[in-house]
Structures are given as structure tokens and as C-alpha cells.
Write a protein that binds this ligand. Structure first.
Ligand code: TXA
Ligand code: MG
Length: 322
């Protein structure tokens, strides 16, 4: 692929106008959302969307999330009613992605949905994401702004680490508040399904639906041994550890052993832990490589609320590598 000069754009109206200009020219620009940084491209341009798959090294059967400014804009590209409309009304703008039937009039690039008749849609809450969507004036396809299979980016520096030279710009909006990707909900055989646990706890979604979320039936990833490797640091990751072994660095949660490493949240707060997760994994990985450690041992993390998303990301980080 062509080597690009990646510019850092300021979080100002001027920076957003420059970002929108690049996007209109079919270029790729990363931008902050409240969950993680997204790698944006014009969702109506097959060429621009193809660039996302190339820059990330993403398999082209894995569809992208389309980001729009408002629920009204979402309803122009996808069928939004019933239970899904209730979720949109309650959680948008926010860390929820809905998989909806794609409307023929949507004019989305075929490659965004990887040929499916559904489309994943999200209205992000981050003011810079909102500002960019307004300046651009259309839907933006945006997966997480990291090379495929690696740890997601929650700062502009993380984005540059993985994608410098492969994208045209990144809007520097500091750290992402939520820190894990959006929860993804779809419908299978008339029942709402949690396709990915994320920034909105499943319990909160179920409270709005008035029913339990099912788990996906197809390519279901249930047992940790079968998990597809993703979010993978370069060193090994061991979960539910009580202390680090020789040669491991420690990733703690709550008060724990006095050892070298980092803590996701000393006061055992799941929101704080989610906001720290990807940055801490990156820091420990870099440190392990510097110091010749072979792995990262992670303390147990409760499975309620945001803990479900945290455990999901960690399980994938620990999964056998391909
Ligand atoms: O928080 C987030 O969701 C971030 C920010 C940037 O918005 N985006 C993100 O995108 O995490 P990505 O591409 O890393 O993950 C999108 C997930 C993928 O697992 C993909 O398979 C799934 O959404 N997906 C996209 N379209 C789908 C569809 N039509 N049906 C089922 N799953 C879909
Ligand atoms: Mg991702």
C-alpha cells in the first residue's frame, strides 16, 4: 500500500474541517469516540471503505459499524422500530451499536456490510465524533483504529503506534472515557441477541427490553479455548491469577499483591478499569518486551455490569494466537 503522511489534527472546528475534507476526498481519518478511537471513512464510498480493510489488515468478510449523527439519520439507512427503536431512544447517543435491516435507499457502500442485508449502526456521544459527523455531513464507517487482531486504541498516540503511515490523519481528542467498545445488539429469530458485550452493561439493556438478551447462535464463541485471538498484546496473557509468576508482569484489580505492574482500578471500580484496560495492556506489553518478561498475569474481575465486557476482551487477549 502507498505510504501516507499521517497528520495529527487538533480537536478544534478547524481540525474537524480539515478531517472532513480528507474524508470527502476518500481518505482515512481516525477520531475519538467515547468508547475507543474509530478509523473513519466515507461509508458511501467503496474505495474509501476498501482502504479501511487494507490499512487494518482486516479480513473483508468482517463488516463495519456505520456512525451517524442522530437517530433520525440512522432511520434513513436502516429499519429502526419496535425493541430496537426503544434501545436507540434510551441509549443514543452512546456506547450501543444496533444491527438493523439495511434499507435499499441507504446508498451505503456494499463493502461496509460485507454483503449482508443488515447494517451495524451507532450514534456516538463524543463531542468530537459528533462534530466530525456534522462537518462531514454523512455516515462514517469506522472500526476500532488498530491493526486487525491487536489491542484497540484509546489515545491518538495508540492510533499512531499501529497505523502511522497507513492513514491520512488522526483527530487528537485525548483519552476515551468509556475505554471498551460499544455493546452490539441484533435480532435473531425475533429475539434480541447480545452480539458483543461492551460499554453499556447487558443488565441495563435488558431493563429497557423487559427481557433477557440471548447469546448468538451461529459462530458462537463460548469456551475460552475456542475464543478467536483478538486484542492480543505480543506477550502471553494469563487470567484469574492470584499473583504473577516469575517472568510475568501484574495487571491488578482492587487491592492485591505488592508486585510490579499496573492496577486497572485500586478501588475496584469497573468504569475506571474499563477506561484503563487497553492503555494498561499496551504499557505492560511494552514493558515486558523491554525487560524480557514473557507474560502478563491478570487479577480476577467481577462479571457483572461492565465486568462482562472487561472479561470478554481479556479472554480474547489471552486466547491462543493464530
Ligand atoms: O465502540 C465501537 O463499537 C467502536 C467505535 C469506533 O465505534 N467500533 C468498533 O468497531 O468496535 P469494530 O469494527 O472493531 O467492531 C465492529 C463489530 C465487529 O465484530 C463486526 O463483526 C460487527 O461489529 N458487525 C458489524 N456489522 C455487523 C452486522 N451487520 N452483523 C453482525 N455484526 C456486525
Ligand atoms: Mg475492533
Amino acid at each position: 500500500m502507498i505510504e501516507r503522511n499521517t497528520v495529527i489534527l487538533s480537536p478544534t472546528p478547524r481540525g474537524l474541517r480539515a478531517a472532513a475534507g480528507l474524508l470527502r476526498a476518500g481518505e482515512l481519518v481516525a477520531f475519538p469516540t467515547e468508547t475507543v478511537y474509530g478509523l473513519g471513512a466515507d461509508a458511501r464510498s467503496d474505495g474509501a471503505v476498501a482502504g479501511i480493510y487494507e490499512a487494518k489488515g482486516r479480513p473483508d468478510f468482517n463488516p463495519l459499524i456505520v456512525h451517524v449523527e442522530s437517530t433520525d439519520a440512522a432511520a434513513r439507512i436502516a429499519d429502526l422500530d419496535g425493541a430496537m427503536r426503544r434501545l436507540a431512544d434510551r441509549f443514543w447517543p452512546g456506547a450501543l451499536t444496533l444491527v438493523l435491516r439495511r434499507l435499499p435507499v441507504s446508498r451505503l457502500a456494499e463493502r461496509v456490510t460485507a454483503g449482508l442485508d443488515t447494517v451495524a449502526v451507532r450514534v456516538p456521544a463524543h463531542p468530537l465524533a459528533q462534530g466530525l459527523l456534522a462537518a462531514f455531513g454523512g455516515p462514517l464507517a469506522a472500526p476500532s483504529a488498530n491493526p486487525s487482531g491487536r489491542v484497540s486504541a484509546t489515545t491518538a498516540a495508540h492510533v499512531l503506534d499501529g497505523l502511522r503511515g497507513r492513514i491520512s490523519g488522526v483527530v487528537d481528542g485525548g483519552s476515551c472515557q468509556v475505554g471498551v467498545e460499544s455493546s452490539i445488539v441484533g435480532i435473531e429469530a425475533g429475539t434480541p441477541v447480545l452480539l458483543r458485550p461492551g460499554g453499556i452493561p447487558a443488565e441495563d439493556i435488558e431493563a429497557v427490553l423487559g427481557q433477557r438478551l440471548s447469546r448468538p447462535s451461529g459462530n458462537a464463541i463460548t469456551a475460552p479455548g475456542l475464543l478467536q485471538s483478538h486484542y492480543a498484546p505480543s506477550v502471553a496473557v494469563r487470567l484469574d491469577a492470584s499473583a504473577p509468576a516469575e517472568g510475568e508482569l501484574w495487571l491488578g484489580f482492587g487491592p492485591g499483591p505488592e508486585v510490579t505492574g499496573l492496577n486497572l482500578s485500586l478501588r475496584a471500580d469497573l468504569h475506571e478499569a474499563a477506561a484503563n484496560l487497553f492503555a494498561h495492556l499496551r504499557d505492560l506489553d511494552a514493558r515486558a518486551r523491554r525487560e524480557g518478561a514473557w507474560g502478563i498475569a491478570v487479577a480476577p474481575i467481577p462479571r457483572d455490569g461492565l465486568g462482562q465486557a472487561l472479561n470478554d476482551r481479556l479472554a480474547r487477549a489471552a486466547a491462543p494466537r493464530n
